[in-house]
Design a protein around this ligand. Sequence first.
Ligand code: AMP
Length: 381
Amino acid sequence: MTDLYQTKDTEERDSSMAVFKLDNVEDLYEIGNVLGSGHFGQVREVRERATGTVWAGKFLKLKKGAGSRLGLERKSVEKEVEILQSLQHQNIMALKDVFESRAEVVLIIELIKGGELFDFIAEKENLTETEAIEFMKQILEGVNYMHQKNVAHFDLKPENIMLSDKHAPNPDIKIIDFGMAHRFIQGEEYKSLGGTPQYIAPEIINYEPLNTAADMWSIGVITYILLSGLSPFQGETDEETLRNIVAMNYEFEPYYFSQTSNMAKDFIQKLLVKNQSERMTAEECLIHPWIKPLNRTQIAKRNRSSINMKNFKKFNARRKWKMSFNMVSACNRFCRLQLLCKVRGPEEQELQYTWTCGVVTDVGVATALVRGRESERSNSR
Ligand code: AMP
């Protein structure tokens, strides 16, 4: 039995409709080990009983009722599914099937075995810019494809850039987690406060209308980190990080960028641009001389330049530590919240399950910052 749904604006969207199967997923798939955890559930290895093929299953908990703070709205799962269904590209995680029960939705997705790109790089002794660019090019191809389809990811960060198989001679990049993605309809004004502080564009913090350019900012930040092991706007606290982004407070510290080519710095500078319309697009990035050199001199410069591996390894170790720490804190908060919800009853569930795994959801720090600014403004009037 299947349950079909249509979006309100079907004519303007792809003709495809998401199909949520009502079969019990366990009748068709054997559920295996946990591969990772996201904001609202787990990703597990699953084996298709009929064929023996191994996939990944993304188990998303649904909100129990209108007042519930735990779990996802069915509408936002539908949005993620619809977007994934409309994207078929070698560098974007593929969706195979969707199952629904009362409490959760299970997305059957392509199993990505190679882990995160940053972990793969951190295991290396050294990496030239030319080698790093091979990965950047694939990220840009995936992003360019989704942007051509008017889809913005809105959560591009190292955790969401994986490798198909790290033992393959030329592993494919796979962009994952479309939980915050949005497909723009012509003329639509879309604002969102979601994202991860280190990687979000100033227009998100300022709660301005967004477009696909926000992803290009994140690519600028990812490239900066990849080359230097430094995070360009990182402050002591998330609020300080957000303030640094809005103030465009970044520089190329010579100590960390001594091995970096000027072309790479130019590439980053054209992405970390406050004005969205002046920021390089994915299409333009793919023909920037750092990615597509025009002559032998440019090729030689890329070969001579390398990433700051010593500092990159340090950055990655800190990042992994922070991810584990955030995961433990999120679990603790989740358990406390569940306990409180049991004691208080649904009508009193006013606790905000805001921070999960280091991600600001729609009511996070960014809102606090913007609200702080708004009150500053009204006080000064
Ligand atoms: P997500 O909720 O999509 O961010 O996924 C949470 C974590 O699960 C990721 O950080 C990955 O470690 C892992 N993961 C997600 N999708 C896949 C996949 N298709 N194959 C393997 N692992 C995955």
